[in-house]
Design a protein around this ligand. Sequence first.
Ligand code: SF4
Length: 1012
Amino acid sequence: MVDRRSFLKAAAAVGAGGGLVGFSDVFYHMIPFNDRGEHARHRVYGRSDEPEWLLDKATGTHRLNKQFTLRHTVDLQCHSECGLRVKIDQKSGRIQRIIGNPYQANCRANFLNYNMPISATARLPGTVCARGNTGLQTVYDPYRVTVPLKRAGARGENKWKPIPWEQFISEIVEGGKIFADTTDAKSKDLDVMGFRGLHARRNEPMDPDAPEMGMRTNGLVIQGGRVKSTRRKFQQRFAHAFGTINEFEHTNVCEISHHIATDIVYPHKHVVKPDIRGAEFMLFWGTSPGDANFPMQTVAKYVAEARANGARYVVIDPVCQRGGVVGDYAEWVPVRPGSDGALAMAMIRWIIENNRYNADYLSYPSQSAAERAGELSHTDASFLVITESGHAREGAYLSPEEAGLEAGGDEEGHVVLDANSGRPGLAAKVGKARHDYAGTVNGIAVKSSFRLLKESAVSHSLEGYAQICGVSVDKIADLAREFTAHGRRAGSEFYRGPVKHPNGFYNGFALHMLNVLIGNMNWKGGITAGGGKYDPMTGRYDLKTVPGMSKPKGVRINREGVHYEDSSEYKRRKAKGQNPYPAQRPWFPHTFNVYSELLPSIMAGYPYKADILVWHMATPFYSVPGQHNKEMIDKIKDPANISLIIASDIVIGDTSMYADYIMPDTTFMERWVQIGMHETTMTKGTSVRWPVIEPLTQKTADGRHFSYETFLIDIAEALGLPGFGKQAIPDRNGKLWPLHSREDYYLKSTANVAYAGGKAVSAISDEDKAVSDLETFKSQFADALPAEEWPRVLTVLSRGGRFEPLDKLYDGDKLGHKYTRRLTLYSEEIALSRNAITGEHFPGVPTWVEPATIAGKPLSELDPREQWPLTILTYKGSIQTHSRLSSNTILREIQPENWIEVNRLTALKLGLKDGDHAWVETPHGRRKGRVKLREGVLPDVITFSVGYGHWGYGATALDIGGKRLKADKIRSAGIHLNPIMRRDPAVWQMTLMDPVGGSVTFYQTRAKLIPV
Ligand code: SF4
C-alpha cells in the first residue's frame, strides 16, 4: 500500500496533460497544521500568513499587499450562501484565507454600501462561521477527483481507472459494450444504451397504454443534490433539450414539507421568516438559532442582537442544542418528536377561545380592502367553503353561481358574507366580511375558512393536546398568551424539526397559522417574505427560452406534481369496477423534488423503467433514511436494473462509489451560480459565486476545465441538442450567442444581474479591478460578452453579487419589502385531493394528524414503545453540513467524532457512562457508537449529528489505476444512523413519508440502546 501523497504523485506522472489520464495531480498536504513540523517563520507570529492589507501610517488608508488578490464569492459549506472574501496568493494561485464579504447582508448586520471601494473596507470585515472558514480544505481535499474515472471492476467494488475526457464522453454518448474492459462478469457483455441511443427514441411513447407518461427520453433521470438557482437552470436546460422531465434536486430529504406548508399559506413563497431584529417575541420550532437555519451565522447574530435589545424567544424542540438557548431571554420547551402540530393547534384553540386573535384583520377579504383599513396583507378567513355532506363539490369554495351571484370580482370569484348586510358578495367587492360563519347560502351548507380552522382546533381538548405533545396546559396557555401580547411584533418560525415526519405538512400548516392569527405579515418585528432578487435569467439575455426547443411532458418517475386519479392506471381499474386504491406506490400531487423515491421507483420500474441515471452532488445512500440497505445496494450493483450510472462529484463519495463513471466536478470556489438572498436579511440581492481560483480539474483539449457544465455541454453538442453549441442564447436584440463553455452562460446571467431592472450598477474602478485581478479573469473569457458590458459585470464579480442599500430594510413600522398575495387558512387544493394508497381525502385546514404509515397505520402501533423505547433524532451541528465536510480536518480537530447523545437518566438506567460504547438497534439493523450523556435531551429520545460515519468520501481504501489509495480513518469516525432508519412496510423500499408535503421522515424511527 502506498500513502496518498506518493500515490498521487505517481498518478500525476502517468497522467499529466490536458484531458488525459491521471487521478489527481494537484493536491495539498492536508496533515493538520499542528503535525506539520515546519519551522516557524517568525518567533511571535509563527507561520501565520502575511496580512492582505498594508496600512499607510501617514494617510491612515490601506492598500493591498501585492502578494495577494482578494475576491468576493459565495460559500457552499452549507446552504446559507454567505458571501466570502477569499485571499489568494498571487504566485501559487492558492487560497490562503477565507473571511466574510462585508457587502453581503449575511456577513455583516450593517452591510456596507455597494459603491464603497474595496480598500476602504479593510477595517470593516464580514464574518463567516467555522465551516465557512475551513472551506479551502474542501477545495484542496487530497481525495479530489480531477479526471474522469471509470469503474474497473463491479459497481461498488472501489476499483477505478482514469480515462481521457474524450473517451468518457464518447462511451456514455455512443454506448455499446463499454464495460467489456472491466473485470465484472455481469458487465462484460452488457449492451449499454448511451445518450445517443436513448435520444433517438424521443418520439416513442414510454408506455403506449399510459400516454401521460411521456416519451422514452424520460428514461434519463438526473438526481441532483445541492444544485440551486442558475446551476439548476443549467441542468434543466440540458434535461429539457434532451427530452426528459426527470430532473431533480434533493429537497425532500431537506425540508420540502416546510416549503409546501409555506407555499399553501403564503402562495408562491417557499420560505418566510421573522424579522428577528425587530421582534419582541419569537417561537423557534425545531430549529436552534446558532446551530442551523438560513443563513445560520446571520440568524445567530440577529438573535444575539434581538436578545440584547430585550426580545425574548422560545426554542420548541425535543433537544436543546448548544447555540439555541442562551441567557435570561431564551427558553427551551421540550416537545415530543412530531407533536409540534398538537402544541400549535392547542395554542390556536386557546388564542381563539380567549379572543386573542386579530379578528379585524381576518375580516378583510381583499388586499385593497385591507389596505384601506391600514392593514398590510389579507387572508381567506371569510371565504365560504361548501360543507354540505354529499354535495358534488363538497370541500370546494362556494362559487358565485352557487351563491346566486354574478361571476366577477377576483379571478377565482370567491364568495364571502358582507359583515354589514349579512348578504353574500364577491370577496373582491366586499369591504369587510364575516370571518366566523357557519350556515347556508342559497340553500347550500357552508362554513367560512376561519370557522373550519376553529372547529379543527377545538376537536381536541387542551388536556388532550397536552398529553400528545408533552407540554402542560399551563405552559400552552403561557406560550399562547405571550405570543399574542406583542401586537404584530411576534413571529412563529420553523425549519426541519417539525416537518420531517409523516404529519410534517400539517405541523407546518399549524405553525404558520399562529402568524396569520395575529396579522404580522409585512410589519416590523413580524413576518417577512424577503427582499427579492435581481433576476439572472432575463434582461440582457434570455436564458429561459431555448430556440427550437419544446419542453418535455409526462409523469415524473417519482410521480410528483400529479394526481393518481388522472392516471391511466387509476382509470383502467375504475373502468373494470375495481377499487383503484392502493396505487402501487404513492403519488405526490402537492410537492416536488421527491428525491428519496427516485432509486426505489427506478428499481421497481414504477411507473416506468429508467435507462440512464446521473447523480450530481447526490448521495441518496448517505442521506435518505433507510436507503443504504443490502437489498437496495444489491439492486443498484446489478447493471441489469439500470445499465448506465454517471456521478458528477468532487470525490468518490458514499453514493458515487456505486457509479460506472465519475465525472470530476468543480468545488464552490471553482464554479458559478447566481442566487437570491435568503428572506432573513429582508433586502434585495443576488449573490454571485464564480471561479475565484483556477479549477483543479484538468481541461478538455480546447481548454475548458472539466465540470458538470462541461459534461452536459459536450453531450448536448455531440447530440446536436437545441440551446447548446453555436446559436444558443438570444440577447435582447435577437442575436444568438454560442454556448460552448460554462462562462458563455454564467457571464450572461451575471450581465442580467448587473443590468437588472433597467438600472445598471456602476462600472468598476481601476483600483477595485486590480484588487480582485479582474483584468486577468476577463482576458480568459473576453468573447463571452460585448466589451461595453464587461465593466459592469466586473463590478458585480468584484462584490460577489449585487445588493441594494441597507436603508431599504424598513419603511417606518413596516417592512421595506411587502408580500401582497392572499394568505390561506383553508386549502381547497389539498382538501379535494386524496392519498393514493388509502384513497382518503386530506384535510384542508391545519389540524392535528397522528404520525402514521402511508397506509394510515399509526406509528405507535408499528413499533411499540415497550419494544422500542427510544426515538432517534438527527441534527446538523454548527461545524458540520449534512453529508459533506469530512475533508475539513480543522473541523474534525474540533470534533473528531459524533456521539449517541442520550439523556443522563436514561443512560444511567442502562448502566451507561459518558464515552461508553453502545448499540443503537432499530427494526432495520444496528450500529455501534459512543454515548454522550446530556441533560437537554428528552428521556425517550437519542440524537446524533449528521456528517460522520462515512464509508465513501475517502473513508474506504480505493484502487485507482491498479494503485491502492489508503483510507482516511477520521472520515469514517463516529456513527451514522440514517441507513437503519425506518422504512414504510406498506411500500417496497420507501422511507416513512409525508404524503402531502413529500418529506422523508428523519425523526420517527423507534430504537433501543444496548450497552456493548
Ligand atoms: S453559515 Fe457558515 S458554512 Fe454556511 S454559508 Fe455561512 S459561512 Fe458558510
